[in-house]
Design a protein around this ligand. Structure first.
Ligand SMILES: Cc1cc2nc3c(=O)[nH]c(=O)nc-3n(C[C@H](O)[C@H](O)[C@H](O)COP(=O)(O)OP(=O)(O)OC[C@H]3O[C@@H](n4cnc5c(N)ncnc54)[C@H](O)[C@@H]3O)c2cc1C
Length: 497
């Protein structure tokens, strides 16, 4: 380490210098970032209004180094926040003021693609899309396809149990992972799941997937691959009424069809998207559905016919089936670019993520319309309709702190309605710091207590990504008090955009 670095570190506060000195014994200088300039890019994830500069950021390259880092932090009592690409929208990778960010960005290797077992063994920093690119030469791909797949990592997908357009038919991250290797906060190796179908012992794999980096640091993952379908075609169906569109989603599934993708957008969303990517959407429709079928040409033809019948019966005013692969990709380009399209029509947008039973999609959309008036903010809606996973995008101006505050309250109210309708406060983006309060509505005190006990079984000192995903009893009491009083919730951070 250069003398200047040692000298300036010694000038730093004592706990920080103790940590940095210990880290410098196991990592190179370039793998430890600690100046304000170097740590600034890590101060938030996709939930940009919530920011916190960490004590330091480390970029290890081997599992051995990760284990050493964890042991050091455990010994010094320093909290650790694991991080992939930092695209989480719920603040799961938000740093802690007294903590270390453990970036897994250098774990980028695809260790093996095995066409016989149809698996890919990868390091956690591998980007989602890269897995499918590597598997393509064997006619295989990795099915979970978040819209952020060009940037987000497999480690982050495990952390959030990420979903995507194709998850209705092929399952979420949870259903597409065979095994996970990781390290506990004490630096001890752990392995969950196996290639064999029914490993002995408790099945902890589903517990770790979606655990938001709170139970173990993932260092290696074995993913399941699926054969690329021979053909895929997509129906674009228009509706004069969003409720009818929502009903059609429920009817398609009730007819025993599991489309390869079943997405819905309201008129405000299609207008925003059309101005951005010109996907060919029907701008007269109050809502459009995109229903994809994949398989052999015969299977696709039969399923497209069945879905067309159901959609017509449910009141579709216009039905267009992609006539070529180019047209299919054009239809999807609109849906996949909906978030950036929202960014073009508003200074900022707040992406919510909740689920409702499919039959209540129309009801929720109606309630959101009423909230738009109450909060004097616009909301456009895109969603994984087949899963009932809604993504209302609340448009606001972050330069106005009061507007951001209203947007947050608007989002909280949407999630409260999701629970009221029998849904959940998160579909695929996780809880992080964003949805801590509404977790109080979703779960009872004994259930939340159980979550804490599970966390304690892995991390008794509560050092691995603490204060995320599970609200404390005190926080829930305060949240309940606020809601009874009907006031806006106090915000822990000042918004900064
Ligand atoms: C434009 C846009 C579109 C999106 N679309 C979708 C979508 O369609 N579907 C969807 O599900 N999500 C979507 N997301 C959200 C986000 O991309 C996903 O949650 C993704 O899985 C996060 O991956 P990441 O690598 O960025 O993880 P990060 O944001 O870095 O981390 C996410 C969580 O995982 C933990 N973590 C990361 N790596 C590890 C590791 N190695 N070990 C243990 N814990 C770890 C972190 O601590 C954190 O809690 C979208 C985000 C954006 C910005």
């Amino acid at each position: 380490m250069p003398n200047s670095a040692v000298a300036s570190r010694q000038e730093a506060a004592s706990p920080q210098s103790m940590l940095l000195d210990a880290l410098s014994r196991v990592l190179t200088d370039a793998a430890v970032l600690w100046t304000a300039e170097d740590t600034a890019p890590y101060e938030c994830d996709g939930l940009v209004a919530h920011r916190q500069v960490p004590v330091a950021v480390v970029l290890p390259e081997t599992a051995g180094q990760v284990a050493e880092v964890l042991r050091i932090c455990h010994r010094l009592g320093v909290p650790v926040v694991p991080r992939g690409a930092g695209t989480s929208l719920s603040g799961g990778a938000k740093p802690l003021a007294n903590g270390l960010v453990l970036s897994m960005a250098r774990f980028k290797q695809i260790l093996d693609v095995d066409p016989h077992s149809r698996t890919a063994t990868v390091q956690p920093g591998v980007r989602n899309l890269v897995v499918s690119e590597a598997a393509a030469r064997h006619g295989l791909y990795y099915a979970p396809d978040p819209s952020s797949q060009i940037a987000c990592t497999i480690g982050g997908n495990i952390g959030e149990n990420a979903g995507g357009v194709h998850c209705l038919k092929y399952g979420l991250t949870l259903h597409n992972v065979s095994s996970v290797r990781g390290l506990t906060m004490r630096g001890e190796p752990v392995e969950f799941g196996s290639l064999a179908p029914d490993a002995p012992g408790f099945d902890l794999l589903p517990l770790v997937i979606g655990s938001e980096g709170m139970l173990a640091v993932v260092t290696e993952v074995c993913l399941k691959l699926v054969p690329k379908p021979q053909l895929a075609r997509v129906i674009m169906a228009s509706f004069d009424d969003v409720g009818q569109g929502g009903n059609a989603v429920a009817e398609v599934i009730a007819a025993g069809i599991i489309p390869a993708g079943l997405e819905m957008m309201d008129k405000a969303a299609t207008i925003a998207v059309e101005q951005y990517v010109n996907a060919g959407y029907d701008l007269q429709a109050q809502a459009i559905l995109l229903c994809e079928s994949d398989g052999t040409p015969e299977e696709v033809a039969e399923e497209i016919e069945r879905m067309t019948q159901v959609l017509r019966r449910c009141g579709a005013t216009r039905i267009q089936v992609s006539a070529s692969e180019e047209e299919r990709l054009r239809f999807w380009s609109g849906r996949k670019n909906a978030f950036p399209a929202a960014g073009r029509i508003s200074p900022d947008y707040y992406c919510m993520d909740g689920t409702v039973p499919r039959k209540h999609i129309g009801t929720l959309l109606g309630r959101i319309r009423q909230m738009e008036s109450r909060y004097e903010l616009r909301c456009i809606n895109v969603f994984h309709a087949g899963d009932g996973n809604m993504h209302p995008l609340i448009l606001f101006n972050g330069a106005d702190a009061r507007e951001w505050h209203r947007a947050e309250q608007f989002g909280t109210d949407i999630l409260e309605v999701c629970v009221e309708l029998g849904g959940t406060v998160t579909g695929e983006h996780g809880v992080g710091v964003e949805k801590l309060d509404v977790m109080c509505t979703q779960f009872t005190a004994p259930e939340r207590e159980m979550f804490f006990r599970v966390k304690a079984a892995f991390d008794p000192e509560r050092l691995l990504n603490p204060d995320k995903a599970i609200p404390t009893l005190a926080r829930c009491a305060e949240y309940g008090r606020q809601r009874v009083c009907g006031g806006l919730l106090p915000h822990p951070d000042l918004p900064r955009f």
